[in-house]
Design a binder for this molecule. Structure first.
Ligand code: GLU
Length: 469
């Protein structure tokens, strides 16, 4: 690549980072980072009612959680309004734009008549070629002088060549009569001034590209590469909306999906590298390219997301996973782990992380660590403790006090204990799980015993054995 790419993510603040926006940001981030380029962030905050500091913060938080670091200062589009106006005036001076004094009523009358006569209702201003000497002293907008013939071709890296006939583009307003710039001008000027080389965004902006290109061309600016990515759909093939489930990355964070799994899943959503489903950030950075982006809408699939997240949890080093779990507990306002609990988590992590797909699943499996005596049982666990199994526990505990506390000895000891009673160890596992964890789905009994230690194990078994009397 001759030039290092500059990409950007340009969200409008809505109060959260939309999952589709997160994927757009991720693609821009991957492309920049994969090619030694720069990834910029611009907040499109011209809608003043929606653009609160909290709404911007929500985007920054979402990106931070997703691990998408941007370069340089966050650009505020609103603050750049004087520069947008300056460009409109430059175009005016260069004859690429003109003052239009038409009133709303006049424009409406034009449209009504065009409709009546079966012509295109695209507004054609009589001021386009008017002699400035004839200009009245009235409010005006500045309109671009769009080409009337020919066509504008977007050479899109995802969609291929998209041709738009110029007679379908009107002389759009650049600057309103109150001097404020329109959105289309702001985007083109910002992208140019920020040195953006690759505009990677949702394909709902494809038509805008043609209009933005007119501004580039009028200013003699080199065009960026456009890559318009198909939107994300729900499982039913309809555009992703609230009724398909969570939309904001903050909700996925709250639900306890690991960020690495989200990155992997969102990268795969609409982009592919052979048949790779599970991959690391390093692999994604090595493989990511615009060629791998598909042309059709991707469908959001919670099962796949969970599956990928599970694989990431299983492959995260234990200490790092514990760290992530503590971050998760902090956002959910759950009590912090005590140092003892944290130490037990670390020891148990290889077993806990095996089949967990989210942090709550990890926590559920770790109830034996979080519980304190007397252990509260859920209904299923409680049903394991009848008088027979309680008797078994009370017989077991005095002997366990003298057992050697390592896996091989414990296994041998328990199997002997079961054999002496003519049963399989499996029969004892339910009551033991209930006594140690208060749950029926837990790591293996031996894993729990080893993590809890001899004294705590014996005490919990005794509690359960004596319970209900
Ligand atoms: N602000 C636009 C949006 O949130 C994106 C504009 C762009 O990427 O050019 O959809």
């Amino acid at each position: 690549m001759s030039q290092r790419p500059v990409t950007r993510f340009a969200p409008s603040p809505t109060g959260y980072l939309h999952i589709g926006g997160a994927r757009t940001a991720l693609f821009n981030w991957l492309y920049a980072r994969a090619n030694g380029g720069t990834f910029l962030l611009r907040i499109e905050d011209t809608d003043r009612a929606r653009s609160t500091p909290e709404a911007t913060q929500a985007i920054l938080d979402g990106m931070a959680w997703m691990g998408l670091d941007h370069d340089g200062e966050v650009v505020s589009q609103f603050e750049r309004a004087p520069r947008h106006a300056e460009v409109a005036r430059q175009m005016l001076e260069a004859g690429q734009a003109y003052k239009c004094f038409a009133t709303q009523d006049e424009i409406q009358a034009f449209r009504d008549k065009a409709k009546e006569e079966g012509r295109s209702t695209l507004y054609r201003s009589p001021w386009r070629d008017a002699d400035p000497a004839t200009h009245p002293d009235l409010p005006y907008v500045i309109r671009i002088k769009a080409p009337l013939e020919g066509s504008t071709v977007i050479h899109d890296a995802v969609q291929g060549d998209v041709t738009i006939r110029n007679d379908q583009l009107d002389d759009m307003v650049l600057l309103r009569s109150d001097g404020t710039p329109v959105y289309m001008l702001a985007v083109a000027v910002d992208d140019h001034d920020m040195g953006v080389t690759h505009v990677i965004r949702g394909d709902d902006h494809l038509n805008n590209a043609a209009r933005q290109m007119l501004i580039y061309t009028a200013m003699g600016w080199p065009l960026p590469v456009y890559a318009h990515i198909p939107l994300i759909h729900g499982a039913d093939g309809k555009k992703l909306s609230k009724r398909h489930g969570a939309l904001g990355t903050n909700e996925y964070r709250q639900m306890g999906y690991p960020a690495a799994g989200m990155r992997n899943y969102l990268a795969r959503l609409g982009w592919s590298h052979g048949d790779a489903e599970f991959f690391t950030d390093d692999e994604a950075l090595e493989w990511f390219d615009l060629d791998g982006i598909g042309k059709s809408a991707a469908r959001f699939d919670f099962k796949k997301l969970e599956n990928i997240c599970g694989q990431h949890m299983a492959s995260t080093p234990d200490a790092a996973l514990l760290h992530q779990l503590e971050d998760f507990l902090a956002v959910t306002d759950a009590p912090r782990l005590t140092p003892e609990q944290a130490a037990m988590f670390l020891e148990a992590m290889p077993h806990l992380k095996e089949r967990a797909r989210t942090y709550p699943e990890l926590i559920e499996k770790a109830q034996f660590i979080l519980a304190s005596r007397p252990v509260q049982m859920d209904e299923k666990a409680a049903s394991q403790l009848d008088s027979v199994s309680r008797g078994m526990l009370l017989e077991l505990t005095p002997q366990l006090r003298n057992a050697k506390w390592n896996r091989a000895d414990l296994e041998a000891f328990m199997n002997d204990f079961a054999a002496a009673r003519d049963m399989k160890f499996g029969k004892m596992a339910g009551p033991l799980r209930a006594a140690l964890a208060g749950r029926s789905a837990t790591p293996s009994v031996f894993d729990m015993m080893l993590v809890l230690g001899q004294a705590e194990t014996v005490a919990r078994l005794e509690d359960a054995g004596q319970g209900g009397d």
